[in-house]
Design a protein around this ligand. Structure first.
Ligand code: ZN
Ligand code: ZN
Length: 147
């Protein structure tokens, strides 16, 4: 049985790059430059690199989780979803695409991934979910998934 390393990070629909005029350095989500301490401003240009590598983290997390649990499918339980604060669940194939397709929509959102020990949870913040919608991932057999 492999031991999973705990991970925690935020993936959001908007770029969080900031720029220090003084040093000419781009930071990720820092209000103050780490080198000179001056306040940074939002970066106008981003090649998406601040986002791409996090998609790989999601992919890796999912892979490791499925390997440890010997599953190819996962069950996603959600609560406090949308402005009606609905609950529900979805059975999906354990791929990054299926997971993110289930969690995201057009518009602004931010996903806080936390994998700790056996638990793998995601909190989503959006316009209709200022308090955050909670999602829990558990292994699934995939038997009830209709193709
Ligand atoms: Zn960026
Ligand atoms: Zn600086």
């Amino acid at each position: 049985m492999s031991t999973l390393t705990d991970t925690s990070y935020t993936l959001s629909s908007t770029c969080s790059c900031t720029y220090c005029e003084t040093c000419g350095v781009v930071w990720e989500d820092l209000a103050e430059c780490q080198d000179c301490g001056n306040p940074t401003r939002a970066e106008d240009y981003c090649d998406g690199a601040c986002y791409e590598y996090k998609l790989e983290w999601v992919e890796n997390d999912l892979k490791e989780y499925c390997k440890a649990n010997a599953c190819e499918y996962i069950r996603l339980d959600g609560s406090r979803m949308g402005w009606q604060a609905l609950s529900g669940y979805k059975l999906i194939k354990a791929t990054r695409k299926d997971l993110l397709d289930s969690l995201t929509f057009s518009g602004d959102w931010s996903l806080n991934f936390i994998r700790s020990g056996e638990s793998f949870t995601i909190t989503r913040y959006s316009h209709d979910e200022p308090m955050g919608a909670s999602f829990t991932i558990t292994p699934d057999t995939g038997e009830d998934i209709e193709e």
